[in-house]
Design a protein around this ligand. Structure first.
Ligand code: BDR
Ligand code: CA
Length: 313
């Protein structure tokens, strides 16, 4: 079967790490590269995490460091969820995997230009790299098959009352991406809050054994501890892996074609996404917004990935 060519733009990050493991384990995907954004933590740490993860699990994949700050604002990070390093207490081994000399924007351009087929871009962090790329290389837009994005919410925010983190960190960049005209599959909090892993399921992942299960356990445990402390919950949403899960099996999701807009000027609503499920604005639809998931199958996909990676390390 023909593989799906993808580039993953991410800010690892606990749930980004699970998205990467899901992708690394799957031969349905042809990973043309990983580009790194600043977000959950600063660009140095997100790049170190991506570089080291790739060094351990899929050394042949190219990894390029991206923009160090949003287009117009100072960076907002989330160490309270992801730890100061971005991966909580998890310490990854040094396998001397090198970052590309090209930065993420140049790497995206080179990879798309040289590709004979269109490439899907998965975005699981703030969209600075992608927006800068779209501005710098508009002629390469046609080489993008689609964007599969974790971001936004119509059910309230996780960083302000109405804004989701990835959009809030660089709302101007998100606005450029949503207006790009490229096909968009959106995984907002509407669906990702339903894509949770329970404490019991996390123990089952740990019991699989192997280094991938240690990494998955460490990354998820860190986010789960935050959810326990702040929300008194014994489950934690796995936002970013929804993007990869969609590419692997879209039948486990439901969604609707909608107009999505980004709020840039509100006094209290900067970074809020308007996901117009009821078509109140009569605007041209620019995204398929997902809002339902078969959670059991989703968790199973993560377990299968961790099991497969056992043979790698
Ligand atoms: C998003 O924000 C980050 O903290 C996560 O990695 C995810 O991409 C969820 O709002
Ligand atoms: Ca992320």
């Amino acid at each position: 079967m023909k593989k799906i060519p993808i580039i993953i733009d991410c800010d690892p990050g606990c749930d980004d790490t699970i998205a990467l493991l899901l992708a690394f384990a799957n031969d349905k995907l042809d990973i043309k590269g990983v580009t790194v954004s600043a977000g959950n933590v600063n660009i140095y740490n997100t790049s170190e995490n991506a570089r080291k993860l790739i060094g351990v699990f899929r050394r042949e994949i190219k990894v390029a460091k991206g923009c160090e700050k949003p287009m117009f604002k100072t960076i907002v990070t989330a160490p309270e969820v992801h730890g100061e390093s971005g991966l909580g207490c998890l310490i990854l081994p040094e396998k001397n995997k090198k970052l590309e000399e090209l930065n993420a924007v140049e790497f995206l351009a080179k990879t798309l230009k040289e590709s004979s087929e269109k490439i899907t871009i998965v975005i699981t962090g703030p969209m600075t790299n992608i927006a800068v790329f779209l501005i710098a290389y508009p002629e390469l837009k046609e080489k993008i098959e689609k964007f599969v994005i974790m971001g936004g919410s119509s059910i309230g925010g996780n960083v302000t009352p109405s804004a989701e983190f990835n959009i809030y960190v660089d709302a101007e960049a998100a606005d450029i991406v949503f207006k790009s005209g490229v096909r968009i599959i959106l995984c907002p909090l509407d669906v990702t809050m339903k894509a949770f892993i329970t404490e019991k399921e996390l123990e089952e992942i740990k019991a699989i054994g192997g280094y991938a299960s240690e990494v998955a356990y460490g990354a998820i445990k860190n986010a789960l501890d935050f959810y326990k402390e702040f929300y008194n919950k014994h489950e934690v949403p796995m936002h970013d892996p929804c993007t990869i899960a969609y590419l692997l099996n879209k039948n486990i999701f439901k969604g609707k074609e909608v107009f999505v807009g980004v709020e840039l000027r509100g006094e209290f609503t900067y970074g809020e996404t308007i996901i117009d499920y009821r078509n109140k604005f009569f605007k041209e639809k620019n995204a398929l917004s997902l809002n339902e998931i078969d959670r059991i199958e989703f968790v199973n996909m993560i377990k299968v990935a961790v099991t497969k990676l056992k043979t790698v390390v």
